[in-house]
Design a binder for this molecule. Sequence first.
Ligand code: MSP
Length: 516
Amino acid sequence: MAKFYVTTPIYYINDVPHIGHAYTTIAADVLARYYRRQGRDVFFLTGTDEHGAKIAEAAAQAGKSPQAFADEMVVAFKEAWQLLNISYDYFIRTTDPRHEAAVRKFLQVLYDKGDIYKGLYEGLYCVGCERFYSEDELVDGLCPLHLRPPVHYAEENYFFRLSKYQEVLLRALTTPTDPWHYRVEPLARYNEVLGKLRLGLSDISISRATLTWGIPLPFDPTQTTYVWVDALINYISAIGYGDDPATFQRYWPADLHLMAKDILWFHAVIWPALLIAAGLPTPRRIYAHGFFTVEGQKMSKSLGNVIRPAQLVERFGADATRYLMLSEFPFGADGDISLESFAKRYNADLANDLGNLLNRALSMVHRYCDGQVPAPGPEEEPDRALREAATGLFPTLERAFEALEFHVALEAVRQVVAQANRYVDATQPWVLARSDRVRLGTVLYTLLETLRLVAEALWPVMPSAAERMAAQLGVTLAPGGTWLASPPRWGARRPGERVTTQPTPLFPRLEERARR
Ligand code: MSP
């Protein structure tokens, strides 16, 4: 079975994580869980980016050494990911000695090859972005993202011959049969990258003479590695470039680098060029999702509208937070979120539609069948329609997750749940209980199987809610751990099996939650 190596960016630790970081991380987790279910050999990487001027500044402000500051801040990231049920396989920190050794090894390869040379750098640098800007990229002399003036840099630096790779990159991007081929998605972003790449590439500075908080260059320890070069190498150091060739062979190239559009250029151009220079395969796919605003505004400390993962988890729970973040707008596009629309969707999709369906079905199985799965009788048209909708979820998920269309996958589940609720209203099991026990058996069996498949389908997005749902239904999801041995198919339940004795609300309505 194929492997699946997926990464998030490694996040700067100058501040505790917000839901922008959580957004990418949740998406990566959903894919990791989904492909583990498919039986693939998954490696899911996340971590923290701890060097550079930005972190040195933040540490100084906090009155701590950069390392002590990083050690403290990293805890907040690990806690947030635990709170959100993020199942990463490895958490990398760029201050790990193992990573530092890999960076030195990588840079030495490039140096020996002649792709690194010394020169004078003069330019404008934004510490917030950790990147250089040209005059015409600035807006009123300020960094367009951080709205602060860049600093003027003039020093002797080492450069990477990025310009040499323009043609190679263009060919790799546009030719599927090219040995260096990699995909950049979505299409609009791919076109942007190509357009900019066609304008030409300048060599980039890859070191700093005046900044000590970084990894010393192996061939000139008086200079430290530019934080972005250090950071990108995390994707290979984490899987053993440098010290574990077997694991490295097993997972490289990455199947998917996930990030937002703000840092696509580094991933889509600079990273592949560095890899090609080092003679290593390029990643298979690079996907830049959109940026979201909160109630129409950019999240920022100065506006005081930054939302932390814990706030959402406290209000909605981890499962619903994951669901809500991925349902609100298409993954590739920019979007907007608000607590109010989250609350509405929570009550509508989760408390009402899904929660009630489970509750109704289980109560009826208790009331009319003594808590046992009934034997199904002959199938009629509405039963067949619901069965086909429920089993049809899995091919839809397959396509949607492959295309990173999380909202499409979740909308498909929502549709099946809505159809099941209409089915209960139309078949009226409470009438059948008195008039037609055979038909009652078919209807309740159909509902139980639909709910089981819905739980299977929702698991990658809402793992613990799906498991609680399964426990109430009296089943285990993916027995054996994957869908290989036990694919999610209709009819696995045997009449006479029991459902749980005490149904409890899966997603309490928000007002009720607040009252408790
Ligand atoms: N440290 C670099 C990345 C190095 S990767 C080799 C960095 N870190 S960051 O902490 O600034 O994280 C940027 C990433 O956070 C974005 O690419 C995206 O994944 C996520 N997001 C931060 N804010 C976001 C939104 N408002 N909306 C969507 N994603 C957001 O850049």
